[in-house]
Write a protein that binds this ligand. Structure first.
Ligand SMILES: Cc1ncc(COP(=O)(O)O)c(C=O)c1O
Ligand SMILES: N[C@@H](CCOP(=O)(O)O)C(=O)O
Length: 397
């Protein structure tokens, strides 16, 4: 196993703590040689560790909460309305309610391998919630740097309750990431943001599960929200690994959705560029993707171009509308950032980008209860009524 810079190709030993290329400054990826038949997965437990041969840590020493194996659901009602074959991967069903758990399980296991005593991250919320839980399980100290006043309540509660040291930085996520990176490079903590290539190895199992659920057939498109751009990169890596292993014959187009107020990847794709112009003051109701300078942009842009995919921005209004639609039509509750994928799907259909009957998978990244305030604000206040049967009968009608 080695690590390799995705831009200049410089290689590094995998037993070294290094986050970016010391030659060109870009992000690294983990390369492993795995030669197995897909038959080996048969009969294994339905969680992400069924793919242990593709994961860069010793499975017998894993720090795990049974992550992965999340529901893969056919959306019958929305498929009918939108005239596509729509499936969703419900990542809110992971132990702490987001896809980050897949990454943290591998990342925190790696932290133990590296013998560190402190882990840390910057976070718009979910990364910190997940890291705090996995660090607690591993007995590691955890420090999280959050943008003050911009983290949804459920996520903040999780980070604090699992015992992380929570620092509210009076600035945005990008600044918090800049600061925590300095601490990591100074040796104060092991960084578990998605700039850490081992963490993304866990997240690539989303792709593995989608392909196995579809009986080793590729969907036409995978659509997902993009913030720091780790997940789209990880999923594409997973797709390529199963393609190169001959488990599938085709690959999907990767489609990244960003919020209008935080869309540097979308702007880069419009111009077919390989670099981004960071957004200085990103803003969106979907706080999870309120990110102006995504650290994984080199990987994400390559994923989009290599797969013949695209990137698209959606407004806050479209995000909130899609969140309600998914809840009401399919009974699936997601946080606003996750609903961006559905909002993007609707826009792509309206724009004629998607054809009728195409098979689309939307990745729903986080649970509704992560951001209860948004959900409550979208509804009418419950009526307070005396416990009087006749009165209640009248009201119910
Ligand atoms: C719920 C949710 N959806 C989407 C994203 C975006 O993922 P990524 O940063 O990997 O692009 C995040 C955070 O990163 C998130 O917490
Ligand atoms: N939405 C993320 C932002 C940080 O992304 P990461 O994947 O680099 O950790 C969060 O939940 O904090």
């Amino acid at each position: 196993m080695i690590m390799r810079c995705v831009v200049c190709g410089k290689e590094y030993p995998a037993d070294e703590i290094i986050y970016t290329c010391n030659e060109c400054g870009s992000v690294l990826e983990v390369l492993m040689e795995t030669e197995v038949s897909k038959k080996i997965f048969e009969g294994r437990k339905w969680n992400m560790w069924r793919y242990k041969e593709f994961l860069p840590v010793d499975e017998s020493k894993k720090v795990s909460l049974n992550e992965g194996g999340t529901p893969f659901i056919k959306c019958n009602n929305l498929s009918k309305d939108l005239k596509v074959d729509l499936y969703v991967k419900v990542e809110g069903s992971n132990p702490t309610g987001s896809f980050k758990d897949r990454g943290m399980s591998v990342g925190v296991t790696k932290a133990l391998e590296f013998n560190v005593d402190t882990v840390g991250c910057a976070s718009t919320g979910n990364t910190s919630a997940s890291l705090a839980a996995y660090a607690a399980r591993a007995g590691l100290r955890c420090i999280v740097f959050l943008p003050a006043g911009k983290v949804a309540l459920g996520k903040l509660a999780q980070a604090m309750f699992h015992g992380a040291q929570v620092l509210s930085i009076k600035d945005n996520f990008d600044k918090a990431l800049e600061i925590v990176t300095k601490f990591a490079l100074g040796g104060y903590l092991y960084l578990l943001n998605s700039v850490n290539p081992f963490r993304l190895e866990g997240q690539k199992t989303i792709a593995f599960e989608i392909l196995e659920e579809l009986n080793w057939e590729s969907p036409d498109h995978i659509i997902l929200p993009v913030g720091n751009a780790g997940n789209i990169s990880a999923i594409w890596k997973g797709i390529k690994e199963f393609y190169e292993s001959d488990f599938i014959d085709e690959k999907p187009c990767m489609i990244g959705i960003q919020a209008e107020g935080a869309s540097p990847i979308v702007e880069a794709v419009k111009k077919q560029k390989l670099d981004i112009k960071p957004v200085k003051n990103p803003e969106t109701v979907a706080t999870a993707i309120r990110i102006g300078s995504p650290v994984n942009y080199p990987k994400a842009l390559r994923a989009i171009y290599e797969s013949n995919g695209t990137a698209l921005s959606v407004s806050d209004e479209e995000i909130l509308k899609a969140q309600r639609l998914l809840a009401k039509k399919e009974g699936i509750g997601v946080e606003p950032a996750s609903a961006a994928s559905i909002a993007g799907l609707i826009k792509l259909i309206d724009d004629g980008y998607l054809d009728h009957g195409e098979r689309v998978v939307c990745v729903l990244t986080g649970h509704l209860l992560k951001d209860p305030k948004i959900a409550i604000n979208a509804c009418k206040k419950p009526l307070e009524v005396e416990p009087d049967f006749n009165l209640l009968k009248k009201i119910i009608g």
